[in-house]
Design a protein around this ligand. Structure first.
Ligand SMILES: *Cc1c(COP(=O)(O)O)cnc(C)c1O
Length: 386
């Protein structure tokens, strides 16, 4: 089965058994508990909704299928998924190597919760240079955690190469695949052990549900993470499961449109005389364009742009836009724009921001699926006013 067929059908096969109704979409099962006819006999394996719920089960099957994984788990948020993975795999004294410009919320969880309170050590390194990653490995290293491309600088790490390094040393590799979605990148196929998503972004795609997902192939690892998920209660609700099931059905079409719009916008901005730099993995000017072509099936919908001028002209530019809402988050059908230094990455210390190349005039755009002519004319008129 190909991607879109899976995204529409898996987890939602109509049930024709006696007493079933043949629903073509998974119903929202709100019941917290499930009655049984005999003490020893839970009905169809269902006992209590935190442990197993039919709607969540449906979305978990669909999530696994679209990442080519054996198992999927759906969480209450991306960060709940991350927390469950960390608790399942680590104990005090363990060491983790992580990409140096990870998503801000992930950095906060790593630094201010696990490092500060639970004696887990983190090394933040530039994983786009695999030699730097290899150098950071110690006997205590249990986990390598990468994002590719990163946010907002869109740096890539070579997933297959890092997977090989991790495998040789018996280290588990986690890839946060939120930015590419399972349509454009499949880290398990490249050798990663665990793929993680914030379904709040592209997977749901309509900016109306917070959720997270973990997909993986190893049964033992799956059992460990599921045990923690049930123990801490980090589950996706039945309603969110329904919303995400619905969102996934159009993931391939949305991603195609995000990428097509992004290419046109990136090319338009790159030649504009008020633009200093456009960072987009689909431009030949991206330093890792070849790696992007190798490990991704498309270039996605995220780009960063540095304007000529200063913070005030940058703010004016944003103010003059009509279709790009000034907001954090990404991956929805509507275009969003933000200033990382003052918004999503304000918690990163200023000197670290500069070291990473994250200047105050860098703008991050989540390109939506609107008609690209409208988006470009909006950008053009806002640029003409600064
Ligand atoms: C949003 C995001 C997260 C966190 O997900 P939530 O659903 O907001 O908890 C993690 N990683 C990346 C790359 C994200 O963009």
């Amino acid at each position: 089965m190909k991607f879109t067929t899976k995204s529409i059908h898996i987890g939602e096969e109509p049930d024709f058994k006696e007493g079933a109704t043949g629903d073509v979409i998974a119903p929202i099962h709100l019941s917290t508990t499930f009655a049984r006819d005999e003490v020893e006999n839970p009905t169809a394996g269902y006992e209590y909704s935190r442990s197993l719920n039919p709607t969540r089960n449906a979305v978990q099957q669909k999530l696994a299928a679209i990442e080519n994984a054996n198992f999927g788990l759906a969480f209450s948020s991306g960060l709940a998924a991350e927390t469950s993975v960390l608790i399942a795999l680590l104990k005090s004294g363990d060491h983790v190597i992580a990409t140096d410009d990870l998503y801000g919320g992930t950095q906060r969880l790593f630094r201010k919760v696990f490092q500060a309170n639970y004696a887990i050590r983190f090394s933040f390194v530039d994983t786009s240079v695999s030699e730097k990653l290899e150098k950071a490995i110690t006997p205590a290293t249990k986990l390598i955690w990468i994002e590719s491309p990163t946010n907002p600088l869109l740096k890539l790490s070579d997933i297959a190469k890092i997977a090989k390094i991790a495998k040789d040393k018996g280290i588990t590799l986690v890839v946060d695949n939120t930015f590419m979605s399972p349509y454009f990148q499949n880290p398990l196929d490249l050798g990663a052990d665990i793929v993680l998503h914030s379904t709040s972004k592209y997977i749901n795609g309509h900016s109306d549900s917070i959720g997270g997902a973990v997909m993986l192939n190893d049964k033992l690892l799956f059992e460990k993470i599921r045990f923690i998920q049930n123990s801490v209660g980090a589950i996706m609700s039945p309603f969110d499961s329904y919303i995400v099931l619905r969102g996934i059905k159009t993931l391939s079409m949305r991603m195609e449109q995000h990428a097509a719009n992004s290419r046109k916008i990136a090319e338009f901005l790159a030649q504009h005389n008020k633009v200093k730099k456009v960072i987009y993995p689909g431009l030949k000017s991206h330093p890792q364009y070849e790696l992007a072509k190798k490990q991704m099936k498309g270039f996605g919908g995220m780009m960063s742009v540095e304007l000529k001028g200063d913070i005030n002209s940058t703010k004016n530019f944003i103010r003059n836009l009509h279709y790009f809402s000034l907001a954090e988050s990404l991956g929805g059908v509507e275009s969003l724009i933000e200033l990382p230094a003052l918004m999503t990455h304000a918690s990163v210390p200023a000197e670290d921001r500069l070291k990473l190349g994250l200047s105050d005039t860098l703008i991050r755009i989540s390109v939506g699926v609107e008609d690209v002519e409208d988006l470009i004319s909006d950008l053009e008129s806002a640029l003409s006013l600064i």
